[in-house]
Design a binder for this molecule. Sequence first.
Ligand SMILES: [Fe+2]
Length: 505
Amino acid sequence: MGDTNFLVIDDEPVIGEITSTILKRMGYDATYALLGEEGVQFATKQPFDIVITDLRLPDMDGIRVLERLKAIDPDIVVIISTGYPSFESVHAALRAGAYDYVSKPFESTEFSFVIQRAVSYRKILIANKNLRAELADENLRLEHKVKARTADLRLVYHIARRVSSSLELQVVLNQIVDLISRTLKVETCSLLMFNEESGDLSIRAAQGLPDEIVKTTRISLSDTVSGWVFRQGEAILVEDIEKDPRFSRRNQERYYTNSFISAPLIVKDKVIGVINVNNRKTREPFTKDELRLIKAITREVAIAIQNAELFRTLEESYLQTIKTLTSVIDAKDHYTFTHSENVTRYALVLANELKLPFQEIDDIRKACQLHDLGKIGISDYILTKPGKLTDDEWREMKQHPGKAEEILKPLSFLSNVVRLVGQHHECYDGHGYPYGLRGEAIALGARIIALADSFDAMTSKRPYRNTPMTKEQAVEEVKRNAGTQFDPGIVAAFLSSFDKFSCCP
Ligand SMILES: [Fe+2]
């Protein structure tokens, strides 16, 4: 089999056969047809490189044959053969696109020369054709790439604008997750932040995960994919986790599927969290382009988080001012500057034991620091009275949660905190004050603060009781009040985490 395929069209069978035989001897493949139409039909069924056609055929002339063959393959090389070469006929053939012509009877040297030249020409044409196709493919690929990059840039810009429009960190985080999920068409996206106190990662915003998982999942920095990304500070694309030797044994995070992207959130060279993107709706594995996109997004997102954190620092400094005020009140009321600090520490132990989401824990922390702020409106006489309070004095004392609510109400960023402060003296059985709320109607954070507040009160010196309770006595008192003053669930958390309450006498 030669690498060039010839078609010979000549109405004289002898010439057709001889020409074919010569071509085969020269190392090419050759087929011959007796009529123009027959040749055209052959060319529609199989590709030919070079056609040698008689100029005069019974059913059509060679120029018509040439036109029809060129319509099938524009790069086909056509040589006209004629027994009566005239300037006009040769000129017409060349003008119609013939490559060359040969006179019949063929003169061996001339024939061989024309054939070899045509073969070389056809090879060049094919090489050019392939190159053109490759270039077209490359152009198409580049065009797609440019379009994809432009779309990516637009997306990153859009995300950066959206997330920068808010200074509320939780709003920023929710927006990030929402935009990534929608634009990458994924079912699951989660944003994890490092928790300095517990030393693990908790889910701060998520799409496509059950609330229970978002609230309770704590991800260790060791032996998890997110932990690996956090520690390395490196984004990863995993096409199939089961086949990836780095992570097969770390695939313990319930919400992962086989293919996912996990990228660190880095602010000022410090890794502060991880974004996980998984469960693509099409079930196809993620690509390197998507990894690059997520990296670009996380860079922008980190800036928005940084801005929100700066705002949070401002909030904190504002809170600090109020805290200073409460510590003065603490001192008046409890003979100690540390009551609010103790309550905060105990409440955080309980909140972590109950695996509350970060935002709730943060609200509880702020509420603990502010819980007795309302005592600023209670007379010093009542606050420092050594004996039992009269009914009227007690009535005034019970106003302190409401007074704190009034003071803090204008601070919209503290709205959740204000609710906890206002309810910190409510009792589980409905006998507390000021609202007389019962059971779950009392905010969980307020139920936690109530226990922490009482525990510190029991174990500290009070104006009406010089000797504080011992640790054991206080524990018994808490147990005795489970279901009445305290939420039994929180009492259980108190008992199971008691070894972390380090400040008792
Ligand atoms: Fe109080």
